[in-house]
Design a protein around this ligand. Structure first.
Ligand code: ADP
Length: 256
């Protein structure tokens, strides 16, 4: 369980990225965080693995306040809360399989991993996870030979190979076309379900949010302005979150 208790974050330049956030996120929930650019979506999810550090309040992950963590505990936290980025963050010149095995780095000893020696069971796990996102046949290709959608599926395989309990996905489909975006979101949702992973995804397209989320959290100027089940969300809800009428650009469109 993840609990935000009166969490605020003021950036060094004085900008308030988060304002008094109170949220409880239950194990296994699939949450989409929506809001205009600059609303604080990225700041909110990056707080959960301390890529950014809130300046006030308590942020409990499984009962422990992660704002008090030292370096050693932070490394553990980042193994438990895996991240998916808009630009995939793969090592281009390495094989797809090596990129997925990078998910084991938090578990494998440093010297072994520097030598690229991974236990056979890790290699099997990595290949199985590539199979789950439908690209096992790409395992020995260089990562940068793959299309954007395939690269994002590699990054999903990498994060689940890490065996996290939480996945944080920061605009995972913002660089992809509509059909590919749906493929990636479907893979992410299915795997999250199958492995009972708590998942937070930042998206700015409202149709995608409604289609994939169990629960939607709406942010505006660093504040939570909506929190509820996705099936209770209407166009009016989004207008309230965005503070303006919905436009065509707010929809991804495309087929599932
Ligand atoms: P979103 O993900 O919703 O686009 P962000 O969480 O990236 O929003 O940013 C929230 C606000 O905080 C924005 O106004 C942004 O400009 C500001 N911000 C983000 N990172 C920093 C930083 N390192 N220093 C100062 N302001 C920042």
């Amino acid at each position: 369980m993840i609990e935000f208790k009166n969490v605020s974050l003021t950036y060094p330049n004085g900008h308030q990225g988060l304002k008094n956030i109170n949220l409880t996120i239950n194990d296994g929930e699939f949450i989409v965080v929506v809001g205009l650019s600059g609303a604080g979506k990225s700041t909110l999810i990056r707080s959960i693995n301390r890529l950014v550090t809130p300046t006030e309040g308590e942020l409990l992950v499984d009962g422990e306040d992660i704002l008090k963590y030292n370096e050693r505990k932070l490394r553990k936290l980042r193994t438990k809360a895996g991240m998916i980025f808009q630009n995939y963050n793969l090592v281009n010149r390495m094989s797809v399989l090596r990129n997925v095995l990078a998910g084991r780095l938090g578990h494998t000893g440093t010297i072994r991993s520097m030598l690229g020696m991974f236990p056979q069971e890790d290699v099997k796990l990595a290949l199985d996870n590539l199979d789950r996102v439908g690209i096992m046949n790409k395992a020995y290709e260089r990562a940068d030979r793959l299309s954007g959608g395939q690269q994002q599926r590699v990054s999903i395989a990498r994060v689940v190979t890490q065996k996290p309990s939480v996945i944080l996905a920061d605009e995972p489909v913002a660089s992809l076309d509509p059909p590919t975006s749906h493929v990636v979101m479907k893979d992410l949702k299915r795997i999250s379900r199958e492995d009972n992973l708590t998942t937070l995804v930042n998206l700015h397209f409202i149709d995608m949010a409604q289609e994939y989320a169990d629960r939607i959290i709406g942010l505006r100027d660093g504040e939570v302005v909506f929190d509820g089940p996705a099936d209770q969300v209407t166009e009016k809800t989004f207008e309230d979150i965005y503070g303006r009428p919905i436009k065509e650009d707010d929809l991804l469109g495309g087929d599932e």
